[in-house]
Design a protein around this ligand. Structure first.
Ligand code: TXA
Ligand code: MG
Length: 338
């Protein structure tokens, strides 16, 4: 595996050209987007796409997002560009929004897990944009982590998670948005929010009118998006969500079992002897720091991470979704839910 440091705002043209060449040759290149790092492969090359699944240990039923340099290029992978897609693109692209559209037959089944639709996104990160422009191919890229684990928001997160399974990592330092893109399905009459992100339901509805939400608790088979497993985006440590007042007691429970506690807080005081990371009471800033904080608490050897519950507002939907998926179901830290 090769790791190249690259300036996030003014990426070196030679490094980009090298990465683009690897992609065109069917190799795997991890690159930063504004959300998380992606593990990229030529989306039109079935064998290259297969290597993504192998590198991640990703189940074959979980489809990938295809990245293109501009909205005009969506037509290379999708058969339709409805008016509401154009409106969304005007409002949010380049940026952390993914649209699900009817797929073109040139897109291998491996990309879409056999679905008749394809997920497409135009990322805003200058490195991602330069790479897509240089490669001149659509690039399939899931988050660049082993399946089910935390998404990477730095190049070293990628290196530690995937190691030699990836041919090249373009390391541009931390990403800014921090959680995965908002995913909207536009293949039926009523748009469906498949995965909340930092672009909120309110922002989407301002452009689209009513948007249906898929409940995070509906069974996997019943979902239009087969990869949306309940348990996902998880640190190694067990993660529990606690009210502000309960954070200290739950950390003490963990310690009483002789285990190491980590705490991720907003307002709660730092619990005694727990490794504590504090994030801002601002949904955007919190999302930006969330995965790095969980990676750090994992790296510090925490057995359990107690997360202070986040606010209720619409801006926090994406963060709440990721925390709920990372959390141990229903339990509290003393309950033996590991
Ligand atoms: O921010 C992001 O979206 C990052 C960066 C790298 O762009 N990518 C990402 O990819 O999070 P991934 O593979 O970890 O998540 C993509 C999700 C899948 O879990 C799947 O549920 C949904 O997008 N998806 C992909 N294609 C779909 C389709 N045709 N229909 C419904 N859902 C789809
Ligand atoms: Mg992922």
């Amino acid at each position: 595996m090769e790791l190249l440091s690259i300036d996030p705002l003014h990426p070196d043209a030679a490094a980009i050209a090298h990465a683009a060449e690897l992609l065109r040759a069917g190799r795997l290149v991890a690159f930063p987007t504004e959300t998380v790092y992606g593990l990229g492969a030529n989306a039109l090359d079935a064998r290259a796409v297969e290597r993504i699944y192998a590198a991640k240990g990703r189940p074959a039923y979980n489809p990938l997002i295809v990245h293109v340099a501009s909205a005009e290029l969506v037509s290379s992978v999708a058969t339709e560009w409805p008016e509401r897609a154009a409106r969304l693109a005007d409002a949010f692209w380049p940026g952390p929004l993914t649209m699900v559209l009817p797929k073109r037959s040139v897109v291998p089944d491996g990309v879409t897990a056999g679905l008749p639709s394809v997920a497409v996104r135009v990322p805003s990160h200058p490195v991602a944009h330069a790479l897509l422009a240089a490669a001149q191919i659509p690039v399939a890229a899931p988050s660049a982590n082993r399946s089910m684990m935390l998404s990477p928001t730095t190049g070293s997160h990628v290196a530690r998670s995937l190691g030699d399974a990836v041919d090249l990592i373009l390391d541009a330092g931390p990403t800014t948005v921090g959680i995965e893109s908002t995913v909207v399905d536009l293949t039926s009459a009523e748009p469906v929010l498949l995965r909340p992100g930092t672009i909120s339901l309110v922002q989407l509805e301002a452009v689209l009118g009513p948007v249906r939400r898929v409940s995070a608790s509906s069974s996997d088979a019943a979902r239009p998006s087969p990869g949306m497993l309940d348990r996902h985006y998880s640190p190694r440590a067990a993660l529990f969500i606690a009210s502000t007042a309960e954070v200290a007691r739950q950390c003490a429970n963990v310690q009483a079992r002789g285990q190491r506690a980590g705490a991720l807080v907003i307002d709660a005081p730092a619990p005694t002897a727990a490794i504590t990371i504090r994030l801002a009471r601002d949904a955007g800033e919190y999302a930006s720091g969330l995965y790095a904080a969980l990676h750090d608490l994992d790296d510090a050897g925490c057995d359990a991470i107690i997360v202070e519950q986040v606010p209720d507002g619409p801006a926090w939907l994406g963060v709440r979704d990721r925390l709920a998926r990372a959390a141990r179901s229903g339990g509290e830290s003393g309950g033996g839910h590991r």
